[in-house]
Structures are given as C-alpha cells and as structure tokens.
Design a protein. Sequence first.
Length: 569
Amino acid sequence: MARPRTLNVLEGGISFMRLAGFNFIPAKILRVQYKPTSVSMHWIDRVAKALLKRDKKPVIASGISVSGNIHIGHCNDVFIADGVRRALEELGGEGQAFWYADDFDPMRRIPWPLNEGELAEKYKQYLGIPYINIPSPDPNYKNFVDFFARPFIESLDGFGIDVKIYSGAEIYRSGKMAEPTRTALKHADKIRTILNRYRSKPLPEDWLPYDALCERCGRLATTRSLSWHDNYVSYKCEGSDYVAGCGHEGEADFTKGQGKLTWRVEWPARWKLLGVTCEPFGKDHAVVGGSYDTGKLIAKQVFKCNAPYPVPYEWVSLKGRQMSSSKGVVFTLPQWLEIAEPELLRYFIFRSKPMKAKEFDPGLALLDLYDEYDLVEQVHFGLVEASARRKEQLKRIYQLSQLRKTPRRRVQRVPFRFATVLAQVMRDEKYAINVLTSREMLTDPSKSDIELAFRRLSCARNWVSKYAPERLQFKVAETLPAEAVQLLSKQQKQGLTQLAADLSSRDFTPVELHNHIYELAQRVGLKASELFKAIYLALLGRESGPRVGNFISVLDKEFVISRLGEATL
RNA sequence: GGGCCCGUAGCGCAGUCUGGCUAGCGCACCGGCCUUUUAAGCCGGGUGUCGAGGGUUCGAAUCCCUCCGGGCCCGCCA
C-alpha cells in the first residue's frame, strides 16, 4: 500500500481569522475584513475576467518561431492561450485562441540536430533564408518547418489544446499583410522615432520597417530596404553579421509575400490584422523597452489599435539547463507522452504563477510530479483534506489540468512508483488487472479506470527504460539463471525450498510475506540478507531487486514456486 | 544600464497577489519498533531572528521604501 503522506502542496495560506482572538480584534475590522470564504482566483481566471471587461469576444494569440524543435518550454505559450480561452468560456464569454508559426523568419543559427556532422555542412547554405524555404532533413516532411512543427502541432490535441493554426509565410503570401505593411511603410518615420526611444544608436533616417527577400539568393536576413513606392520595396542584398549577401539589387512586391515586416513592427501589425486582445509571451519580450513595449506604442500610434493584454511567462529549464532548441536541450511533447500523462504537463504549467521559473527533470523527480498530481486529484475528490482556501486553489488547478471536462466520479489511480515495478513484470493486461484488483489499487474499476491504469503502466515502462536510474530496472529471468544459482549455499537452498512450500500452502499480503522471509531465515539458520539474496538470484540472476514482498506478490505465484524449486535442485 | 524571479528548517520548496489560527511539506536528521538494500517499512520528534533595516497596521513571511546576495532576461536580432 502507498505510504500515507502529505505533500507541501496542501500546506499554505490559511485565510481564517484567528477565532480565539475575537477580543483582540476591533469589531469594525471584523466586519470589513472577515471573509472566510474569500475567493482566491487562479491567474488564468483573473486574465479571463479582465479580458471580458474589455470586450465580449477576446482573441488570444500564441506563437513561436519555428527555429528548431518545439519543446515543453514553448508550450507555455499555447497552453496558456488555450487555458485563457477555456476560462473565458466558463465565465460565459466566447474566446478564440490561435497558434501562429513564425515560419517566415530567417534561420540565423542551424538548430540541433542539423548542426552535427554532414548535415551541418549542408545547412550552412541556408543561413539567412526563411525557414519555410529550407528543405527538410527527412523526406517524410515537406520542409524544415514541417519537420520541426508537425510533431508539435499533431500532439496538441492529445493535450486538450484546441487552437487555430496560422502560418506566417502563408499570411504574407496571401497578401493579407499587404495593408498593414503599407501602413507601416507610410509611417516609417513615426515607427523609427518610437524605436529610437529605446535605442542608444538611432536607426538611420532612411530606415524602413521591412525585410525584403532577395530574389537572387533567397535570403531575407541580408537585405537592406532602400525606398518604396506603390507595392514595391527596393532593396540591396548586403549581408548581415552572420551571413554574406549576394550584392543583388531589386524590388520586392510586399503584397505577394516577397518579404516581411521587421519583428518589432510585425507583431503589432499582427495584433491589428487578427484582432488580438490577449497574448502570452516569453519573458524576453517583456523587458522594458522590449518588443512588447515598442509594439504597444506602434499599435496605438500607427495601427490605431490596443496592444493585447500581456501574460508574460518564465522559461522552463531541463535538469538545470536552460532549454534551447538550437543547442538540443529539449524535451518535446511526443517525448512527454512517452513517460507521462498529458494532464501532468498541464498541471506542471498551471500549478504555479506564469512568471515563476519552472524546472523539469524527467528522472527521479518525475515521480514526485506524479505523486503531487495524484494527491491534488484526491483533494479534488475530497479524499484528502486541505484548508478551504488551498482546496479551492487546488481544485481549480486540477480542473485546468484536465484535457477537457473534469471527471465527475473519483478516478482510480495506480501509484506511479508501483507501476514502475508492475510494468517490468506484467506479461499481459489480464495479468496486470489481476494484480491491481487483488491489491485493491483498482476496485470494481470502470472502463476508463482500466484505460488510465494501462496508460500509466505504459508510461512507467518507458520511463524505466529511458530515464530511470539503473538500480530501478530489473528483468525477471525467463529461465533459471543457472550460474547465479550455483553460488547458493545449502541453507539458502533450504530457505528457498521452504519458501516455495509456504507460498503454495497459503496466501500472503506483501507485508506478511516480507515479514515471513525474516522468520524463515531464522528457521534455516540464515541471516535475512542471505535469504533475500538467494531470492533475487533465483528470480533475477542478481543480488538485489525490488522489495521482496511487493515483488513476489506481483509475480505469478505458480511461476515463483516452480522457479524456487528449480533453483534448489 | 534596465527588467523579472528568487532569498522561509541542514537541503529542496509551499505559503506572499487577497495581512489574521501556534509558519508548514518532502528529504535529511534524532529516538523507538521485529527483521539487508531500493525515491513505498512503522511510530514519535521541528531542529526557523521567514536575507537585512526602516515604515504602514490592532496585527506583517505577506503591503510600502532602502539595502544585500543569487539566478535569468534584455542592451537595439527576433
């Protein structure tokens, strides 16, 4: 059985007045401040509420530059956007969320894993070229963007995220950006003034907020816009600090996607075009004088619209290292689903405030995340006590962690730690169900309880093989590990024989069995450790393993009896 | 130079937005139990000037100001 435990998630703010202190508290204060049921609102709900005050149909944007693998740090963006949308609907509003792939940006660095070996050589030529125009390293994908973005996009549904997907390149090519671009070009002076407020080195007077695509070399990062007229921007391909230009001079038709607005202008232009009223973004944009600040001013003065309600968020680090798609320090959505349920990632994101740094470690720390999630679930179903205020918070976090609707009935869970043992032993599903029901981890399980159990077992199996320390891994030997068994002493064999007999004559609970081993050891004149060792040698071919009581009770009894018999021949 | 986050028990953290019960949780530690080991033995024990100083308040870990220390981000790419 699970060790009874409480976790720190249950602790915390207690909003009750000190009742015993009535005589110390002036009556007027009591009247004003004593609010035992004071509402503590989740930040997602606070955002949603603020949005509804402004307008009835908020549009929440999210997006990311497809510069490499899209990892769980990037997920904050779309998870928060979708979370706000959901909260809006729950408040009776009508939200719409989308995810925007910045796939028309130029590649400034070759991302992992394309920056290794031969590929690195090959991809050098694409520096400065828009991602969308770079080929995929794998023929199963259309191009660079498809290669990196598709696994992410296809995973979203599995995390309960329901957003519209936009492609920056498509929007430019469709001509939808033509008018905002024209507006920006017309007001280049005004924009320059705004940007210069935060620059120490002012932009040149002939600066234009546009990056043309060089028609000769295909690069976007290398051109300098010289002037514009009608639908055209004339440019020269001069090069940038990381890639040389080809020297070509030409004209780009900005109504046909032959270039794009520079980032700090593109962002507010997008707000205008898509009517964005809320947007989460990484802390890098949130800095004073950063792209949000200038975007706000440009939106107001040039595009005549309001900047979206900002939701800045911190980044996620992986085992203490800053996640980075270019360096390959990544953990992706498909990787997540191998070892953990999607609800856990939502929980991971929604349990703390957005600007609090998050740290993910797929190793042993994952066990704690599982336990914490299960505990919160128990609080939700009223099976574990928490203070009224904390309970309210945890329930909301639990709801936000759900892919869609919050389950009404209590969910039966297999503790993940236990799953890591069972997963290494079970032969088939029926076997697993037997073990789980006989150990009362599942009681009269519903179909969905069983599905959840198997999903968790499959995660546990993957986790053990990919992320667990070796000491947690074991494999029951299919045939008698003859060499190992040769090492057994006479008394050890005697102990095993007796154990086999005891097992066939009665049933043991795991704890009883564990205790029984000690008695047995004494009876045959062995130190307990010698008998434990013998058991592990016979079953695993090594001297240690999972706690014996648990271990044997998840194994097939007949198998254990016959194996012990074989070992003593 | 600017911004954000963090500083609470030996370690890792919750609680801070919305001030109010005796400041909590995990691990570690200490003492018992009947017994190898393992991030699933059991029971009992909190070991703390809530970074420092000032202010507001009946009341401050929580709000305000100043300072100190650590981390990250931005510094004109996006």
